[in-house]
Design a protein around this ligand. Structure first.
Ligand SMILES: Cc1ncc(COP(=O)(O)OP(=O)(O)O)c(N)n1
Ligand SMILES: Cc1ncsc1CCOP(=O)(O)O
Ligand SMILES: [Mg+2]
Length: 340
């Protein structure tokens, strides 16, 4: 029966799609937890039908889709992210197709199971794509004291307009209530502009305004605790040496702050680090995203890049500039990266 052929074809499609994602998570990102979840889903899909029923209706040599796919050049994937996206789509579409076929056959219970599988896959997709920073970025951080008379909100607006894609709210001189009110507004602004929004220190505020992430220091709430109550939130952790970096990765940080790279007077009682030497070590040994921070200016950012820097967090260089567009453009030009 034709409907069984559709189901059969889609079981293969889903399993293959998930297998590609699983291999990337396992071998490229070495994410044991996510690859295990993918393997479980793949096995569930493979075992969900009696093979005999499906195999009787299998006829791949007369499948016109196979002949089209052999000639197609549309599916040439040239980077890991594109490969992940297309295989998620392949798996999700396949599951949906199985769900619908099961309904036609009157198997409503089984169709519901496939619906649940589809939501598990959506959840994984969200986890994979929301938990990483872009490969290269300018990471803007607020600080009203250094903003030459402008408010945090005004500065954030300028950051967004100049194309910064990740912004952290850091404010050491305001009450909880004031910080909360500002974060609420910034959340709205960043959401509209598709900019990632991270809150420094205050987990309660991050949760209340539904920020994308929280950044914590070495003496703040442990990563594991944050993950328990907010599993989808990006967690960034400040690190100043190799031991802290390794520990942050083991505990499940989504990215680490690396620094201070250069001298800075923006942060009081700033920690010590081996700066560029530490950054180079991170670039060679740590396999999660990392953000260089501390005293980064357009005059020294190239040096940080040469030492392995890819994402650069800045406070005074950005908020202290009266022309945000100009400073961001000139930094991009120096980094010679074009689009961020
Ligand atoms: C991207 C990034 N890296 C490091 C820090 C510093 O955070 P923390 O150690 O919590 O110190 P304070 O910023 O709270 O003074 C950061 N905020 N962002
Ligand atoms: C928050 C923080 N953490 C380490 S250095 C630093 C301050 C960064 O500010 P600036 O970019 O002005 O040096
Ligand atoms: Mg902090």
């Amino acid at each position: 029966m034709e409907v069984y052929r559709i189901i059969d074809a889609n079981i293969n499609r889903v399993s293959e799609g998930i297998r590609v994602i699983e291999d990337i998570e396992r071998f490229v990102f070495e994410n044991r937890e996510i690859s295990k979840e993918l393997r479980d889903i793949r096995h569930l899909v493979r075992k969900s039908f009696k093979n005999s029923e499906l195999l009787r209706n299998r006829s791949s040599n007369t499948d016109i889709g196979f002949q089209i796919s052999q000639k197609s050049t549309l599916d040439e994937k040239n980077d890991i992210e594109t490969l992940l996206i297309s295989n998620f789509k392949r798996a999700e579409e396949g599951i949906r197709s199985i769900e619908e076929c099961l309904k036609i056959l009157g198997h409503y219970e089984e169709s519901k199971i496939y619906e649940q599988i589809r939501f598990r896959v959506y959840g994984l997709e969200k986890r994979i794509f929301s938990s990483t920073l872009p490969d290269t970025c300018i990471y803007g951080i607020t600080g009203e004291k250094f903003s030459k008379g402008r408010t945090n909100i005004e500065v954030v607006r300028e950051m967004i307009e100049s194309g910064i894609k990740i912004i952290q709210y850091r404010e050491k001189d305001k009450s909880k209530k004031e910080k909360y009110e500002e974060c609420k507004i910034i959340r709205e602004m960043t959401k509209k502009a598709n900019v990632t929004f991270v809150v420094n220190d205050d987990m309660d505020i991050a949760m209340l305004v539904q920020a994308d992430g929280i950044h914590v220091g070495q003496d703040d709430i442990p990563i594991e605790e944050i993950k328990k109550i907010a599993p989808n939130m990006i967690v960034g952790v400040s690190t100043h040496n190799k031991e802290q970096a390794i520990e942050a990765v083991e505990k499940g940080a989504d990215y680490i702050g690396v620094g201070p790279i250069f001298d800075t007077s923006t942060k009081e009682n700033v920690e010590k680090s081996e700066g560029l030497k530490y950054l180079k070590w991170v670039s060679e040994n740590i396999n999660i995203p990392y953000v260089a921070i501390g005293g980064i200016k357009k005059e020294n950012i190239l040096d940080a890049k040469i030492h392995g820097g890819k994402c650069f967090a800045m406070i005074s260089e950005l908020v202290g500039s009266l022309n945000m567009n100009e400073i961001v453009l000139s930094i991009k030009k120096i980094l010679n990266e074009g689009e961020f």
